[in-house]
Write a protein that binds this ligand. Sequence first.
Ligand code: SF4
Length: 88
Amino acid sequence: MELDIPYLLQCYNDYKFATTMTPSMRIDALEEDKRPSACIGCGQCMHACPQGIDVPAALAELAEMYEKGPHWGDVVVQRAKSIEDDLK
Ligand code: SF4
């Protein structure tokens, strides 16, 4: 397992400061073992980070935000159902 930490931190920042679906869409596009929930919290990256970012804490929070949703796939299904209902 190797996580793309800069990519995931960008998703984290977008969750915190942007109000779009794109962070969840970007995480949806990752394999399970590349998602923030795959972080085991070992802390090795914290020692290497020149900015002293608490990466495991950020990834745990990101995993929680992602799990809460909404997820783009769910939104698409809801919209399709809504259109179907309108056409009945
Ligand atoms: S805490 Fe460990 S598993 Fe999680 S991102 Fe850092 S190095 Fe990877």
